[in-house]
Design a protein around this ligand. Structure first.
Ligand code: AMP
Ligand code: MG
Length: 422
């Protein structure tokens, strides 16, 4: 008779076994390569102000606000245009009071100018008296004969971007724990941050056991099946922020399994096995690892579980049925992996049952469920498929696991339940 525990006890024991994973090493990645999707290990601070220098928010004319204060409808102020500033390398000459400089968006605002009049509020009059209303003309009208008519006054500061108005030097731009998305990459790059410090994902060995297994791209012979758990758990590991350090499919031979797992432990932070842990005759993981604890957890699916240390590394042994293996991952490992990688746990969502369910006493059920309407807290969920742990295609139609407490033998339609998003 193997040891019997409830779900919370096993969760606590797994958390204790994997406590060492919380202390993650970090690494640096280039901001423009490989940063996407990684988790920032520490706050990123702006090395300087952003914008870096005073620049124009509009295409228009840089002026002294005082010079154009009186401009209004029917009473334009005319200023000589003494130059052009583009968003280009270099520093513009200071503005002489009583003059204007044509300026482009992002170009440095000359010292002495304190406002930009948008081109829409002006008429640009060239030296020969021709009006040029195009904001995009290339003609540069240097010299005393170029003028601009300003039809609307602007206050000091208008359309001028001050240094540090986006972020001040030393301010936090990105917080530790951020999962880097394109807009985070943009902010870091704009600040001139070329490298980001991210958490090194937990490396997991995903080991399928079973002499009946063949890879999804192989042809199964009589009695053989395709390995669902290897691909499923590898995907689950990556989805939870981990990395698959090794994939093995091992036959039901304890010696071969032991040798394979020795290699897995040496290469990875955590070894995850499936199969060979129940009460049958050929329970290869049980037979191969006498140093690991095998027990029965009061849940369905996913009752038979193993945990312990082998050759110095942590090992979790999940049952072989694909639904059991996936439910085990969600209930026992997903949040621990996420937290080790700096990600928040997946929040459980309250829901109400669309129809009554019956449940065996003393076993916590994790039924596959689908949102009836919207995926929202308090919305209705319906059970998908039956209770069989082999119903892997039915599970593919599920959105959540519906958590039916161990004590419940029946929950009525409309009963409130907790769900675990898949
Ligand atoms: P076991 O716990 O090894 O007895 O496996 C329980 C059931 O799950 C058996 O029907 C196995 O064939 C099946 N199974 C075990 N491992 C896998 C796997 N990796 N992919 C699909 N089915 C599996
Ligand atoms: Mg097996």
């Amino acid at each position: 008779m193997s040891e019997r525990v409830d779900v919370e006890q096993h969760r606590a024991d797994v958390a204790e076994l994997l406590a060492e994973l919380a202390d993650r090493p970090t690494e640096e990645v280039p901001v423009d390569q490989g940063a996407l999707g990684r988790v920032l290990a520490s706050d990123v601070v702006a090395p300087g102000p952003l914008p870096r220098f005073r620049n124009s928010q509009m295409d228009g004319f840089a002026v002294r606000a005082a010079d154009v204060a009186s401009a209004g409808p029917g009473a334009p102020v005319t200023l000589p245009v003494v130059g052009d500033v583009a968003a280009a390398p270099g520093e513009p000459a200071p503005l002489t009071p009583g003059t204007a400089v044509r300026i482009m968006t992002g170009a440095p605002v000359p010292d002495g100018a304190d406002a930009v009049v948008p081109v829409e509020d002006t008429d640009h009059v060239t030296f020969n008296g021709v009006r040029d209303d195009s904001a995009h003309h290339d003609g540069v009208h240097h010299g005393s004969a170029a003028k601009v008519e300003i039809g609307r006054g602007r206050e000091a500061g208008q359309f001028v971007r001050e240094p540090g108005s986006d972020v001040a030097e030393g301010a936090v731009v990105l917080r530790a724990g951020t999962v880097l998305a394109p807009h985070h990459v943009a902010a870091a790059a704009a600040c001139g941050i070329a490298r980001l410090t991210v958490s090194v994902p937990v490396s997991v060995a995903v080991v399928s056991t079973g002499s009946e297994l063949v890879a999804p791209d192989d042809e199964p012979g009589p009695g053989q099946i395709w390995d669902a758990n290897g691909p499923a758990l590898a995907a689950a590991v990556v989805a939870a922020g981990g990395r698959v350090g090794l994939r093995l499919t091992l036959p039901d031979d304890p010696e071969v399994v032991r040798t394979g797992l020795e290699r897995a432990v040496a290469l990875c932070d955590l070894v995850l096995t499936t199969g060979g842990v129940s009460q049958g005759a050929y329970e290869v993981v049980k037979d191969a690892l006498p140093e690991v604890t095998f027990r029965s957890v009061a849940m369905q699916p996913g009752g038979p579980q193993g945990l312990g240390r082998f050759a110095g590394g942590p090992v979790l042994a999940f049952p072989g049925n694909p639904v059991s293996a996936q439910v085990s991952f969600v209930v026992f490992l997903r949040d621990l992996l996420r937290q080790a990688g700096g990600l928040p746990p997946v929040r459980q969502v309250p829901a109400v049952l669309d129809a009554a369910v019956v449940s065996p006493a003393g076993k916590r059920q994790l039924l596959r469920g689908r949102w009836v309407d919207d995926a929202a807290a308090g919305a209705r969920v319906a059970v998908v498929g039956g209770p069989g742990s082999h119903l892997v295609a039915s599970m593919a139609a599920a959105d959540v696991l519906i958590d039916v407490p161990a004590a419940a033998t029946r929950l009525d339609e409309g009963a409130e339940v907790t769900t675990w998003p898949l």
